[in-house]
Design a binder for this molecule. Structure first.
Ligand code: CP
Ligand code: NVA
Length: 303
């Protein structure tokens, strides 16, 4: 029975811990995994732009001995020329896995149903699971654990926030989500993270006041406007500016590190000086994208 990776929400804490350990192992001993994908091909299908995800999958697959074919959406959304289900079923005739970045989570569900090979979510409107895994690999490397570490996300409640909540809850990491009013996370996903946290000991809370982030070990932020949201920046800027992650916020919370999935917008959601500071984990996160994804590929496709 093939397995997909769309959300991580249905994973057990034990399986999530094992995947994190595999990512650590692959990063430390790449030579042992150099042939995991020998003779295998992965199609990467992107409806939206990407730098980190696209390149880290391509180079990562190569380092596992496999081959990646990149397809972009050419003329807008995927559904234009043929149905998503037909596209996925065709790709599965040749490829051993499909990596897809899409507008709607529903498209991924259709792909997973239609394709006889694993489908991996490379970002959709609701989740960014590959990012979540890389981020907790980064937390693990910095703190030697994820259990009991406190992550405060400050900004727009979005796909990245949702995956931080789910993966963090599975790994026992406390989460504080701070958003402006009207930009909260999806409440079903929040409830799911809380439910997981009851098993793992992760405390999951949300607030509109960044004072709630006091005492956090790490502050995390992301763009105020995600891909596909064409709200003009001027309309939301004044509302979001008090939530900017800057040196004053770091000092007020006492956090040791700052994280951001990137692309970052200097002096909007985060100050440029903080990105370049010793507290910034942004490049470590970016590097870990590849190691996390290689663990996912090894888990799904390795024999
Ligand atoms: N963080 C991330 O997914 O970056 P890209 O959009 O460049 O892939
Ligand atoms: N929330 C952002 C993440 C980009 C990696 C977006 O969806 O655009």
């Amino acid at each position: 029975m093939k397995q997909d990776l769309l959300t991580f929400a249905e994973w057990s804490p034990e399986d999530m811990q094992k995947l994190l350990a595999l990512a650590v192992e692959i990063k430390q001993s790449p030579a042992s995994y150099a042939n995991v994908l020998a003779g295998k091909s992965v199609v990467a299908l992107f409806e939206k732009p990407s730098l980190r995800t696209r390149v880290s999958f391509d180079i990562g697959i190569n380092r596992l001995g496999g081959h990646m074919v990149y397809l972009d959406s050419q003329a807008g959304k995927l559904a234009g020329r043929e149905d998503a289900v037909d596209m996925a079923a065709n790709l599965a005739c040749w490829a051993d896995a499909i990596v897809a970045r899409v507008y709607s989570h529903r498209t991924l569900e259709q792909f997973a149903k239609a394709a006889k090979v694993p489908v991996i979510n490379a970002l959709c409107d609701l989740y960014h699971p590959c990012q979540g895994l890389a981020d907790y690999l980064t937390v693990f490397e910095r703190f030697g654990k994820t259990q009991g570490v406190t992550m405060a996300y400050v900004g727009d409640g979005n796909n990245v926030t949702h995956s931080l909540l789910i993966v963090g809850a599975l790994l026992g990491c406390h989460q504080v989500v701070v958003t402006p009013e009207g930009h909260e996370v999806n409440q079903d996903i929040f409830a799911k993270a809380k439910q997981i946290g009851e098993v793992t000991g992760a405390q999951i809370t949300q607030s509109h006041n960044f004072a709630a982030a006091k005492g956090a070990d790490v502050i995390y932020t992301d763009t105020w406007l995600s891909m596909g949201d064409d709200t003009p920046l001027e309309i939301i800027k004044d509302k979001f500016m008090p939530y900017q992650v800057n040196e004053a916020m770091m000092a007020a919370t006492g956090a040791s590190f700052v994280m951001h999935c990137q692309p970052a917008h200097r002096d909007l959601e985060i100050t440029g000086t903080l990105i370049d500071s010793a507290e910034s984990l942004l490049m470590q996160q970016a590097e870990n994208r590849m190691h996390g994804q290689n663990a996912i590929l090894t888990h799904l496709l390795g024999s």
